[in-house]
Design a protein around this ligand. Sequence first.
Ligand code: SF4
Length: 207
Amino acid sequence: MARQHRRPVLLEERIKDCKKCSLYKTRTTIVMGEGDYSARYMLVGEAPGKEENKQNRPFVGDAGQRLRKLIKQAGLNINDFYIVNVCKCWPGEGNRTPTKSEIEACLPYLIHQINQIKPEIIFTLGNTATLALLGNRDTRGITKIHGQRYNIGFPVQSVVIPLYHPSYLIRNGESLDHIFIEDLKFAVGIIEGEKNKKKEIYEDLLK
Ligand code: SF4
């Protein structure tokens, strides 16, 4: 069944003056995310970088280019992804990792977005985004848990699959690219398989 387009509630408008954490001091703009609210999948990064802050777009620059290239190599369409960060404001020069309290302050906005989009899979990119959504469910780190599936019950029943962060991939040359591609393909394959199975059961019931 075709997914229905949902009209977004304008979170942007509601939080445009947000000062819930100290990151409001370093931002030029609040980077909300990019993509269609009917997207099937969500990619969640950590926080906007310097360029993202300038352009008001998530994942521009080298990491964004690598991300888009690998999605294409996995045979997937970037238009099926909504791209977002846990923290919506740039943490300043050096692109430091947001602190726990900054993440906690901004997390409700991400949860609101997940609730609006209801993605079939939430792909967390790297440790920070993964920890933000998994909490204490698994704290082993991305090298141990990439590609694994977690079912979380908030804000809607969601499947979370951690992936390497594209910046980490870049720091490792191209040696980990194939793992990222395999994790993506495996995750999408599993969800598609489950959907087909449900469809078969439903069709059997109607016979
Ligand atoms: S990072 Fe989030 S919580 Fe902090 S000021 Fe920006 S929008 Fe508000």
